[in-house]
Design a protein around this ligand. Structure first.
Ligand code: ADP
Length: 388
């Protein structure tokens, strides 16, 4: 069981691109941590520095209790699974799985040949060991029936399973995954991500996983590291990142459909706070008043599944909540319902607010308001305020 520690880890590529900027992260032994963020945010570079495939420009990388900044990849006791499966086409699945192990055996065998008279016996025992490891990995991943096939005769999902198997047979201290499911179709991705989660449960290994897909990150990670422009924005459990995003970037990145926003001014007076915006004006409840530390421009964010949509003027009882001095958990804004997207078990209602903001409300499929003028009811108890 091995902990991985990144201390102010940085990467500046030749030409001056600061791809990773002083990343601090402790991956606990046996933890599954996912680096997530949009393309180009530096997650692959971070992973590749951990793997030893990319030189570290600054900071310290520790695997177990050993600083490994200068340790070559092969001596770091890690295994990496890539997006491209990188299987040898001329070898069978079984041979692909055994490949890394046998190469190691050959190196050690040379030494044994010199040291031991019983070389033949030792070599045989090692071959047995390799066979047993391959069998165990194949059983764990359910690919035993494929062991004699060549990669060309496998589906994408099967190939990816073999690629994971190749990491598994090496029994590494740490598994690294770089977008391993990106080449698979949507359905298979969902299946494979469950298998990877299951693998983590079975092995209890430390895992560091890179993806740009926030849903994949949420379902896999014990903890997420949300990155932007080489900088960690938030590092917390999926639930925490979703419920209490550290800033507007994280709030917008995590959650499908994305969080809705309106921009306005907060005016604080004593313990009270009022939000004024072209989309509507209302008092903020005490939690939000506290969150707004200063008067000035703020973004108010609400998740699509916390909204209700009523016929225009139909939510009049809640309209009073917008009156000054009467902070309430819900307020009503005027909007136009432009489109109803039917997703089978639910509908996404596409709205345009008075200030032109485009919002989505996610509702049960039984709700199907008429297009045109509507009232949108916000639960301010579930709303967020962000400075930028
Ligand atoms: P991500 O994995 O989040 O998509 P990367 O780590 O691949 O991001 O890239 C981070 C930044 O570093 C990007 O701006 C990218 O263009 C740059 N970059 C990546 N590899 C190289 C390289 N070999 N040389 C120069 N710049 C690079």
């Amino acid at each position: 069981m091995t902990k991985v520690t990144l201390q102010r880890l940085s990467k500046v590529y030749p030409g001056g691109v600061r791809a990773v900027d002083a990343v601090d992260l402790e991956v606990e032994s046996g933890e599954f941590v996912v680096l997530v963020g949009p393309s180009g945010c530096g997650k692959s570079t971070t992973l590749r520095m951990v793997a030893g495939l990319e030189e570290i420009s600054g900071g310290t990388l520790t695997i177990g209790d050993r600083v490994v900044n200068e340790v070559p990849a092969r001596d770091r006791d890690i295994a990496m699974v890539f997006q491209s499966y990188a299987l040898y086409p001329h070898l069978t699945v079984s041979e692909n799985l055994a490949f890394g192990l046998e190469r190691r055996r050959t190196h050690r065998s040379l030494l044994r040949r010199l040291l031991s008279r019983d070389y033949r016996g030792a070599a045989q025992r090692e071959a047995e060991e390799v066979r047993a490891k391959v069998q165990r990995a194949a059983a764990t991943l359910g690919i035993e029936p494929l062991l004699r096939r060549k990669p060309g005769a496998l589906s994408g999902g099967q190939r990816q399973r073999v690629a994971v198997g190749r990491a598994l047979v090496r029994e590494p201290k740490v598994f690294l995954f770089d977008e391993p499911l990106s080449n698979l179709d949507a359905k298979l991705r969902v299946e494979m991500r469950a298998e990877i989660k299951e693998l983590h449960r079975k092995t209890g290994a430390t895992m560091l996983y890179v993806t740009h897909d926030q849903e994949e990150a949420m379902t896999l990670g014990d903890r997420l590291v949300v990155m932007r422009d080489g900088v960690v924005q938030q590092c917390a459990s999926p639930r925490e990142v979703y419920a209490r995003p550290a800033n507007r970037f994280v709030a917008e990145f995590v959650g499908t459909p994305a969080m809705n926003f309106i921009t306005g001014r907060v005016e604080l007076s004593g313990a009270d706070a009022r939000f004024d915006s072209p989309a509507g004006s209302f008092d903020l409840p005490p939690e939000l008043a506290r969150a707004a530390q200063a008067s000035g421009p703020w973004h108010l964010g609400v998740r699509p599944d916390t909204l209700r949509v009523a016929p225009a003027g139909g939510a009049s009882d809640e309209r009073a909540a917008g009156a000054p001095g009467q902070a309430s958990a819900s307020v009503t804004l005027d909007a136009e319902l432009r489109l109803v997207e039917d997703l089978g078990d639910r509908v996404d209602l596409r709205l345009v607010l008075r200030d032109g903001s485009r919002w989505i409300a996610r509702r049960p499929s039984s709700e199907r308001p008429a297009l045109g003028a509507v009232s949108v009811v916000l639960d301010l108890g579930a709303a967020h305020l962000f400075k930028d």
